[in-house]
Design a binder for this molecule. Structure first.
Ligand SMILES: [Zn+2]
Length: 313
């Protein structure tokens, strides 16, 4: 599959007449100058701007959308619509609405801030299954945000085959952004002691201990289920990130003996230095105020696949 970065290089190459290899060299030079503070995609955009090439007002496919782009035009089918939320900021009540649109290349979250756009949702003039056109959106991380200068309207375009599955992008940890679904091959450099908590057997929400009993806010006194989570730190050579794995993913990691502290310690020690492939969501940890990787899948490194990839380079 062609990733966004390659596509953008192709576009710059077409508009500028420069070879892709030359552009790649410039991207690396730009990154080196900025001490790696900028992603490859970001650097490619800076190069494009320097060459006088703009992606403004050009209609893009969803997998061509990159963080930081402005004046984005895109069309997609709404595959998932979330309820309108209200919030209070600076004593004023505001509304926000989110949905996911998909085309034949990918899918992306769209965030509406303008009351006129949100009204279209509230009045059911736009809903799930509709194909919509966005004009003048802007990318914030990996989301398309629409403000009062943006346009949102129904499109007459027909989109039959759209990509509805969660898009997980292979990325360096140094390029991780909040709300990304990412996959990375990395080493485990730290594994903390698992923490245990209790959940209601019915709704799976946290059950709070009150004396000898466990209480669910919805179901009252319950016999709780014990759950575990483990924090690990992973390192892919570009950066480290604190990560969390929940109960159901612990066996994939090799943690199976939660009740035997000696064997658990051995299993934890075995993790250190192990290289695996991790997939999950990047979220903001509100307590530490740092990004955290919520891992939902762990796989062993597939050497065959790795060799294939290296040979293609
Ligand atoms: Zn409950």
């Amino acid at each position: 599959m062609i990733q966004g970065y390659d596509k953008i290089l192709e576009k710059i190459s077409k508009s500028s007449g420069l070879e892709k290899e030359e552009l790649e060299r410039r991207v690396e030079a730009k990154r080196a100058k900025l001490a790696g503070l900028i992603s490859k995609e970001g650097a490619a955009q800076v190069i494009a701007a320097e060459l006088g090439i703009s992606f403004d007002n050009e209609k893009l496919k969803i997998d061509e959308l990159l963080p930081g782009m402005r004046k984005v035009n895109v069309t997609g089918k709404i595959i998932n619509l979330f309820p309108v939320r209200t919030f209070v900021r600076n004593d004023k009540e505001g509304k926000v609405s989110n949905f996911i649109i998909a085309d034949d290349t990918s899918n992306v979250k769209v965030v509406l801030w303008d009351v006129n756009h949100i009204e279209l949702i509230e009045k059911n003039q736009i809903g799930e299954g509709d194909v919509i056109e966005i004009i003048n959106g802007s990318m914030r991380d990996n989301e398309v945000h629409l403000g009062s200068f943006s346009e949102l309207k129904k499109s007459s375009e027909v989109l039959n085959e759209v990509r509805t599955e969660k898009i997980v992008k292979e990325k360096n940890i140094s390029d991780f952004k909040v709300s990304d679904n990412s996959r990375v091959r990395a080493f485990i450099v730290q594994a903390f002691e698992p923490r245990f908590f209790y959940v209601c057997p019915e709704c799976k929400k946290k059950a709070v201990q009150e004396g000898e009993n466990f209480v669910c806010s919805e179901h009252g006194k319950v016999v709780p289920e014990k759950r575990a989570l483990i924090n690990i730190v992973i390192d892919d050579g570009t950066e480290t990130i604190r990560s969390v794995l929940f109960h159901e993913n612990l066996p994939q990691l090799g943690i199976t003996d939660l009740e035997n502290s000696e064997r658990l310690l051995n299993q934890r020690e075995d993790l250190i230095g192990k290289e695996m492939v991790f997939s999950g969501d990047v979220r903001m940890n509100k307590f530490f105020n740092t990004p955290e990787f919520i891992i939902s899948e762990v796989k062993n490194v597939d050497l065959g696949e790795l060799i294939n990839k290296l040979e293609k380079r």
